[in-house]
Write a protein that binds this ligand. Structure first.
Ligand code: FAD
Ligand code: SF4
Length: 474
């Protein structure tokens, strides 16, 4: 039973402080960030809504266990830098998480204020303190612990790898992070667009991890440059954490999919984000700027691809999804932003074939209308085509965002590593321990495509387990 004063306080709560945003008509022609962030006054105002619950339910919704009420209290008291340090005790990437974590289904979904109104804007506050700390130059580097003499290799510098690296270096181990690409950050750098997560923010958080003492080796594809066995047996590493994501795109498998102008969302977003194709010819990566673009899918990746296509100058962007909007896996905020920006949603619609313009380029897509039947194994209602409802749409670019799967490049060099039937690494949820001694794994390569914070949680649990393993072994 809730205590009376808490109920009373709940009744008096003010509405949430809204975050100001760039005007939709302006922002569809630039790559600048959409929300502006809180001012100090706005942050303190929002923080004052928190009830400082004796049993803060919000904390149960944070996979990396941030002490939410304590950091919010510090904001209310105007101690913004201290609030940032409080968050960083548990979360090495607060500016990233404050922007792109699905707080609405995590900490904020468990905030007591949400029962009668809007929960405290925990994500917005987290973003504010991280940005404030960076702006004021108050980034604090914790003291280096006594070296243990042990070396750990981490493969993959996405959010899972970065979190594990930050935790292990603080335990005194020597940590090397191997990354296949020329920039660290994983999906944060190559997938999520600038207007949702500016690259300088990811670079700032990576810089912090480097300052903690983590060594970064870029352009290093493990499985090609070295195998994990070579790292463990020849290069002197005592343990290894594999966090390589699940970046292999899934295609539609329909006729005409090889025509020019058809991209996987991975390729399209990597060209636009990591390789800065939107700044062509200043950056020399070409990308086809379609006038009529069709994006297939209903997740965050589909929303990102649609909104990037608009910013590249498309006149019309269709978001084609085989279920209804209620079943879309994308964050509600991203769906809302896509609507605001003028993306046209063609729901209960599925592509059946692409049509050639006679020169090898896509010029149309044929689609069929769908209807929803009984729920499938995922609990969502299964869509099925309505006979005779086919129709065609004129397009010059198509982007498939149907999800991704495990890339076998590394795992095929590790015959003693157990995989499930879809090629994902089998690892204990609580520890990340795999079938191979000294090898741990986490993030999307274990769970399949998930979220930034779940990969970070896996990185944190694996770091604890690596510590235990090293203690036991030595
Ligand atoms: P990744 O971030 O995929 O990083 C893996 C890294 O390993 C990559 O840098 C890769 O280059 C490297 N690597 C792979 N193989 C090797 C190898 N053999 N050797 C060395 N390095 C290797 N999640 C959210 O929470 N909110 C969102 O809004 C959101 N939006 C998204 C938008 C897009 C476009 C995409 C693609 C994903 C989005 N996600 C979002 C999902 C989220 O980004 C992932 O769940 C998360 O990044 C997984 O983290 P990870 O550390 O497991 O792997
Ligand atoms: Fe309570 Fe919500 Fe504040 Fe957490 S954020 S302490 S649940 S009011």
């Amino acid at each position: 039973m809730k205590e009376k004063p808490e109920l009373e306080k709940e009744k008096k709560t003010k509405p949430r402080v809204k975050m100001r945003e760039q005007d939709p008509l302006k922002r569809i022609r630039n790559f600048e960030e959409v929300p502006y962030g809180y001012t100090p006054d706005e942050a303190a105002d929002e923080a004052s809504r928190c009830l400082q619950c004796k049993r803060p339910t919000c904390r149960n919704g944070c996979p990396v266990e941030v002490d939410i009420p304590s950091f919010i209290k510090l904001i209310k008291e105007g101690k913004f830098i201290e609030a940032a340090w409080k968050v960083k005790e548990k979360n090495a990437l607060p500016a990233v998480c404050g922007r792109i974590c699905p707080q609405e289904i995590q900490c904020e979904s468990l905030c007591i204020l949400g029962k009668k109104g809007e929960p405290v804007a925990i994500g917005n506050l987290e973003r504010f303190v991280a940005d404030y700390e960076a702006e004021k130059g108050g980034i604090q580097i914790p003291e280096k612990p006594r070296p243990t003499g042990r070396k750990v290799a981490i493969v993959g510098s996405g959010p899972g790898g970065l979190t594990c690296a930050a935790d292990l270096i603080r335990s005194g181990h020597q940590v090397t992070l191997f990354e296949a690409l020329h920039k660290p950050g994983g999906v944060l750098i190559y997938g999520i667009p600038e207007f949702r997560l500016p690259k300088v923010i990811v670079e700032r958080e990576v810089e912090y991890i480097k300052k903690l003492g983590v060594e970064l080796v870029l352009d290093a594809i493990i499985g090609k440059l070295y195998t994990v066995d070579e790292l463990l047996n020849d290069k002197g590493y005592d343990a290894c954490f594999i966090c390589i994501g699940a970046g292999l795109p899934i295609f539609l498998g329909i006729p005409g999919e090889n025509l020019n102008g058809i991209y996987s969302a991975n390729e399209f977003l990597t060209r636009a984000n990591l390789m800065k194709a939107y700044l062509f010819p200043e950056y020399d990566t070409p990308i086809k700027r379609g006038e009529r673009v069709a994006v297939f899918g209903g997740g965050n990746v589909a929303m990102d691809a649609a909104r990037v296509a608009l910013r590249l100058g498309a006149e019309k962007v269709y978001l084609i999804y085989r279920r209804s909007e209620a079943e879309m896996p994308a964050r509600k905020a991203e769906i809302h932003h896509a609507h605001e920006e003028g993306v046209e949603f063609l729901l209960l619609t599925n592509p059946t074939r692409f049509i050639d313009d006679g020169k090898g380029n896509v010029c149309k897509v044929e689609c069929v209308r769908m209807e929803l039947g009984e729920p499938d194994e995922s609990g969502r209602r299964r869509p099925s085509p309505i006979k005779g409802s086919e129709f065609q749409i004129g397009i010059d670019v198509a982007i498939t965002a149907l999800g991704t799967m495990a890339n076998p490049l590394l795992t095929k060099t590790m015959p003693d590593l157990k995989l499930n039937k879809r090629g994902y690494i089998i690892a204990e949820e609580a520890t990340g321990m795999t079938s191979k001694p000294g090898v741990f794994a986490g993030g999307d390569i274990v769970t399949g495509s998930a979220t930034v914070i779940s990969a970070m949680g896996a990185g944190r649990r694996a770091a604890k387990a690596v510590n235990e393993y090293l203690k036991w072994r030595y």
